[in-house]
Ligand binder design. Structure first.
Ligand code: SF4
Ligand code: SF4
Length: 84
């Protein structure tokens, strides 16, 4: 009667969380990456992808700008930059 219900609780993948980002977003420099995958492991949104060195990136539809990936990267290959 009211159309499809699309908001299911607890599923960030279905509800884009990118709009939560208010201050900064990660920039993947893709220059010193050693493909350790720590960034993938620590991302609370599971929105980072990559397999080879210097191919890692995130999906900004889901990234909420928490900065975990930049903090954990052992090569400082991810930096947080101001959100435009
Ligand atoms: S800033 Fe947070 S949500 Fe965004 S890619 Fe990094 S770890 Fe994931
Ligand atoms: S944490 Fe840094 S070095 Fe490791 S895979 Fe991610 S971008 Fe590459």
């Amino acid at each position: 009667m009211f159309g499809p219900i699309i908001a299911k609780p607890g599923s960030s993948r279905k509800n884009k969380t990118g709009s939560w980002r208010i201050e900064s977003k990660p920039k993947f420099l893709q220059s010193n990456c050693i493909a350790c995958k720590l960034c993938i492991l620590i991302c609370p949104e599971g929105c980072i992808e990559g397999s080879q060195k210097n191919t890692f990136h995130c999906d900004f539809d889901y990234c909420k700008g928490c900065g975990n990936c930049a903090s954990i990267c052992p090569k400082q290959d991810i930096v947080m930059v101001k959100q435009e």
